[in-house]
Design a binder for this molecule. Structure first.
Ligand code: HEM
Length: 489
């Protein structure tokens, strides 16, 4: 065995005793001069950083993305440029509402945040395991999350708040149907799909533009937990999903997902039967079939959870040439929110942390951003810190991104544009009717189990009205089940 290295202080001085504080004699008080003790205690007090305001509980792993099909006719993204091309990837899974320590087995959407370290910079697709979301406008997001997280008085998640907000948010009926259905609690992180959820824009080499949605289909198959199974498992092992993921990767059982896309020609958007930029809606596969593009495989656990997963800072505004945003209002709000969260949570230099730096780019990031707390690279050395300059510093490419779309009209606050078949309920009803009888029964049981805990009858009535509007049978069954549960108390 090689000799043990010497323990040092943070300043590198050897530590002679790490078991006993310095004291005034064998029975006297501890001395203020014990720098090693003070340093240890002070550092310990500063170990926690702000947790993510949402998606605080998470698990992460590295892997590889490999292109399996040629879709270069739709996008000039270099990451998709050739079949067989491989790119390093990082994926962070999460639950949404719980704070750190909350069980992995909660009924909640799961975050599915993918980063590909491409040669054109990090491309982050910060999605969920659900193809849709509760809302279609980011201005409602803080209120929605407040209704889901802990109540200011009880400090518990309150069914009153969850269902009260829903009662005023008919657009959430589709996502609530999804969430309270079987897929609302995945058995493991490996046995669920991931979605980019939003509509994004692709542009190809000739400047042709398309709208695109991303779907990561699990190669492990879908497996879910019933509510009783999840309650039992969460009680025994609250970190069940984290444990399952790192153990599978350690065993060499590398989970993978096939990436498929739905592509809509740019001009179709105006007359499509649903508003294609409404995050509460899917594009049915019969309208825009799935096309395979590649496979994402997770094959390496992070060595250090805090350094590589807690400090990971994924951001939907991290686009690369060939892809850009759509006018989806939720996506637009998110383009601001994440970078801002990272500046608060991790600081202005968080993009230099190893998990966040654009390691696919030769030579790394090059720009004129300087200084700031915790700048830990060379800070641009003696090179110029302004642009344009005459000293051969990095310069713009002058290449047109090719992305963009026409807009018209007055500025103002507007109700989201409705297309021919748009209602808040149409796809929720269709999803309910797609389920077999056993799945419908579990859905009704899950919703009524939560709704029956609400204290106010008017909230229950308004919430059930949304399910009735989606499908009369769906709503009536919930109403009956809620009344039975309330009378049984
Ligand atoms: C995390 C805001 C909607 C998926 C976060 C964080 C914020 C945030 C501030 C914490 C970021 C951090 O500290 O690193 C918002 C806002 C939204 C929104 C303002 C609506 C306008 C969505 C939607 C999805 C989503 C629609 C999925 C389709 C995620 C995921 C994470 C996250 C996966 C965790 C990222 C990670 O693993 O580090 N969100 N969010 N969010 N959000 Fe959102």
């Amino acid at each position: 065995m090689s000799p043990r290295p010497t323990l040092t202080t943070e300043a590198g001085a050897p530590v002679s005793d790490n078991q006993h504080s310095q004291t005034a004699g064998p029975n006297g008080p501890v001395l203020l001069q014990d720098h090693h003790l003070l340093e240890k205690l002070a550092r310990f007090n500063r170990e926690r950083i702000p947790e993510r305001v949402v998606h605080a509980v998470g698990s992460g792993a590295y892997g590889t993305f490999e292109v399996t099909q040629d879709l270069t006719r739709f996008t000039r993204m270099k990451v998709f440029s050739a079949v067989g091309k491989k790119t390093e990837a990082f994926l962070r899974f999460s639950t949404v509402a719980g704070s750190k320590g909350a069980p992995d087995t909660a009924r909640d959407p799961r975050g599915f945040a993918v980063r590909l370290y491409t040669e054109d910079g990090n491309w982050d697709l910060v999605g969920n395991n659900t193809p849709v979301f509760f809302l279609r406008d980011g201005i409602k997001f803080p209120d929605f999350i407040h209704s889901q997280k802990y109540d200011p008085y009880t400090n518990c998640q309150e069914p009153d708040n969850v269902w009260d907000f829903f009662a005023y948010s008919p657009e959430a009926t589709h996502q609530f149907t999804w969430l309270f259905g079987d897929r609302g609690i995945p058995a493991t992180l490996r046995h669920m799909d991931g979605f980019g959820s939003h509509t994004f824009q692709w542009v190809n080499a000739t400047g042709e533009r398309f709208w695109v949605k991303f779907h990561f289909k699990t190669d492990q198959g879908i497996r879910t937990l019933t509510t009783p199974e999840a309650e039992a498992l969460g009680g025994k092992d609250p970190q069940h999903h984290q444990r399952d993921l790192y153990q599978a990767i350690d065993r060499g059982e590398f989970p993978s997902w096939t990436l498929k896309v739905q592509v809509m020609p740019e001009a179709d958007a105006a007359n499509y039967r649903f508003n294609p930029f409404d995050l509460t809606k899917v594009w049915p596969y019969q309208d825009y079939p799935l096309m395979e593009v590649g496979r994402l495989t997770l094959n390496r656990n992070p060595e250090n959870f805090f350094a590589e997963v807690e400090q990971a800072a994924l951001d939907p505004s991290h686009f690369v040439p060939g892809i850009g945003p759509s006018p989806d209002r939720m996506l637009q709000a998110r383009l601001f929110a994440y970078g801002d969260a990272h500046r608060y949570r991790l600081g202005i230099n968080s993009t230099q942390l190893p998990v966040n730096s654009p390691k696919g780019v030769k030579g790394g990031a090059r720009n004129y951003g300087r200084d700031g707390a915790m700048r830990f690279d060379g800070n641009g050395g003696r090179g110029p810190n302004y642009e344009p300059n005459s000293f051969n510093g990095p310069a713009q490419t002058d290449e047109s991104p090719g992305t963009g779309y026409a807009v018209s009209g007055m500025t103002g606050t507007f109700v989201h544009g409705k297309h021919a078949e748009d209602t808040d309920y149409v796809q929720a009803g269709a999803l309910y009717r797609l389920m077999d009888e056993a799945a419908k029964a579990r859905l009704v049981e899950n919703i009524s189990g939560s709704l029956a805990q609400v204290s106010r009858e008017d909230i229950i009535t308004r919430a059930i009205a949304h399910f009735r509007a989606a499908d009369e049978e769906y709503g009536s069954r919930i109403a009956v089940a809620v009344q039975q549960k309330r009378h049984a108390r």
